[in-house]
Design a protein around this ligand. Structure first.
Ligand code: SAM
Length: 213
């Protein structure tokens, strides 16, 4: 099936992606669970954050849906890099860059003050280089996690979408949470397809993408 555009699907992304046509997505920007059993100070958790059986099948489906010559950016948990790298390579992605997002606050403190997020830039087959490549260290804004326990800021997402897709392209986020990727894509004139497992986050994303939340 051709993917619907400007839609947010509710359900398990592996099952839903299996219904969609190969090569039908122009760019993937996703923020999957980090496999860290996350719980914030309000007790909020992230679905599928304590098991990794979804990793390989989810990235295999993303790879299939991405057009040849397309890019994907995936956030990941730094202490689970081996599991993510296994899934990306197993799917067929080439690893073509690493991104660091510098925070001006620490999200936690233990052996270090943890002040960055991270993502890999992945490619499907041979890719064209952007005319003016982004720096691989990008800024960050504190969202306050008001809409989702791990809500990402729009500014760096928009920079990535601007660099790796064109107006009218279809941007996929199969772990869309409160819809941050989708809002950034829509504001830049891209079409979007989001998928979210949790009903509450699906509702938030659906309202937010129309600037209603
Ligand atoms: C790290 S959060 C994404 C947060 C998002 N970037 C934001 O700014 O709101 C990962 C999301 O993936 C969702 N999720 C986990 N497993 C899923 C699955 N199998 N299919 C679809 N969504 C899933 C979780 O419910 C969670 O909202």
């Amino acid at each position: 099936m051709r993917p619907a555009r400007n839609t947010i699907l509710h359900g398990d992304c592996i099952t839903l992606m299996q219904c969609l046509q190969s090569g039908s997505v122009d760019f993937i920007l996703t923020d999957p669970p980090y496999l860290v059993n996350y719980r914030d100070r309000h007790g909020r958790t992230v679905a599928n954050d304590s098991k990794s059986d979804w990793l390989r099948p989810a990235f295999a489906e993303m790879y299939r849906l991405l057009k040849p010559g397309g890019f994907a950016v995936s956030f990941y948990g730094w202490n689970k890099v081996d599991a993510f790298m296994d899934a990306w390579r197993h799917a067929g992605f080439r690893i073509v860059g690493h991104l660091v997002f510098a925070k001006d606050y620490a999200s936690s403190k233990r052996f270090l003050r943890y002040t960055h997020e991270q993502a890999y830039l992945l490619a499907k087959g041979p890719v064209r280089e952007p005319r003016s490549p982004l720096r691989d260290v990008l800024g960050w804004d504190n969202t306050g996690n008001h809409l989702h326990p791990t809500q990402k800021p729009l500014r760096p997402l928009a920079e990535l979408i601007g660099s790796f897709s064109q107006p009218g392209d279809l941007v996929l986020d199969p772990f869309c949470g409160s819809g941050s990727t989708l809002v950034a894509a829509r504001r830049l004139g891209r079409d979007y397809l989001g998928i979210e497992l949790e009903a509450q986050h699906h509702l938030t994303a659906s309202l937010r993408v129309h600037e209603l939340a």
